[in-house]
Design a protein around this ligand. Structure first.
Ligand SMILES: Cc1cc2nc3c(=O)[nH]c(=O)nc-3n(C[C@H](O)[C@H](O)[C@H](O)COP(=O)(O)O)c2cc1C
Length: 221
C-alpha cells in the first residue's frame, strides 16, 4: 500500500469481525514496528501479547473506570484528563459507574490484545526538568505504537491504541508482572475491521502551521 494512503486511512477501529489474526501476521507486524525511532535508539518498548481470556477480562474491568471518568469529563464540557485545567467532575463516582464500552467489555474475544510498556531506565527525557509534565518521554514509545498500527493496516487489519490502562497502572502492573521502572504506555486491540475507514477527520495544514513563529502567518501554498 502507498505510504501516504496508509497514513490517511489508519483510523481508530473498535469493531472487528470474528476472523482471527495468525501469530505469523502478528509477528510480522511487530517485526515492522520495531523499526520505530526512539531517543538514543534505546528501543525501550516491551510488548505483552495478551492471550489468556481471564487476563483480558480483568484488563477490561480495570480499564473501565477510566472510561467512566473520561465520559463524565466530556459530558461536563471538559478536555478529559487535562494537564492544564483541573476537573470539576466527581471522578470517584464517575469511575464507579462507567457506561458500557464494547471494546473493553468484549476484550476477551478480541482478535489481538497487546499491552505496550516502556522501560523508564533507558529513556532520554530532555524536558524532564521543566515545570510541566513531560511530553518527550512518550516520544520514545508512541512512534512504535503508530508503526504497529500502520503495519497492521498493511495487512488489511485495523485497530485502536488506547491509554485507559495508565489510570490503573498500580493494579495492571502487578497483574502483568510489569518490571520495576517500567510504565504502561498503551493497550492496543487489532483485528479485521467490520468497516474500513477511508476518510479521517483532521484539521488542515494551515490550521496548525505558521511561518517563523507560532503566531506567524499561516503556512499555505
Ligand atoms: C495517545 C492516544 C491515546 C488514545 N487513547 C484512547 C483511549 O483510551 N480509548 C479509545 O477508545 N481511544 C483512544 N485513542 C484513539 C483516539 O480516540 C483516536 O485516535 C481519535 O479519536 C481519532 O480517531 P480516528 O482516527 O478514527 O479519526 C487514543 C489515541 C491516541 C493517539
Amino acid at each position: 500500500m502507498d505510504l501516504s494512503e496508509a497514513m490517511r486511512t489508519t483510523g481508530a477501529t473498535r469493531n472487528f469481525t470474528e476472523e482471527p489474526v495468525s501469530d505469523e501476521v502478528l509477528h510480522s507486524i511487530l517485526d515492522d514496528a520495531r523499526f520505530a525511532p526512539s531517543g538514543g535508539n534505546r528501543q525501550g518498548w516491551r510488548v505483552a501479547v495478551i492471550q489468556d481470556p481471564n487476563l483480558r477480562t480483568q484488563l477490561g474491568e480495570l480499564c473501565s473506570p477510566a472510561w467512566g471518568e473520561y465520559m463524565a469529563q466530556v459530558a461536563a464540557g471538559e478536555i478529559p484528563f487535562s494537564m492544564v485545567h483541573p476537573t470539576q467532575v466527581d471522578l470517584k463516582s464517575a469511575a464507579e459507574n462507567p457506561p458500557n464500552n464494547p471494546l473493553l467489555d468484549d476484550l476477551a474475544t478480541a482478535p489481538v490484545v497487546l499491552v505496550v510498556a516502556v522501560d523508564l531506565e533507558v529513556l532520554a527525557v530532555t524536558d524532564r526538568d521543566l515545570d510541566r509534565p513531560s511530553v518527550v518521554a512518550g516520544g520514545s514509545v508512541y512512534p512504535f505504537c503508530q508503526n504497529l498500527m500502520l503495519a497492521a493496516r498493511a495487512h488489511g487489519l485495523g485497530g485502536v491504541m488506547t491509554t485507559f490502562l495508565a489510570r490503573a497502572e498500580t493494579q495492571i502492573g502487578p497483574l502483568l508482572k510489569l518490571p520495576t521502572n517500567h510504565a504502561l504506555a498503551a493497550l492496543i486491540v487489532l483485528g479485521v475491521p467490520q468497516h474500513q475507514v477511508t476518510r479521517l477527520k483532521r484539521n488542515p495544514v494551515e490550521q496548525f502551521s505558521s511561518i517563523d513563529r507560532f503566531d506567524g502567518e499561516e503556512f499555505v501554498l
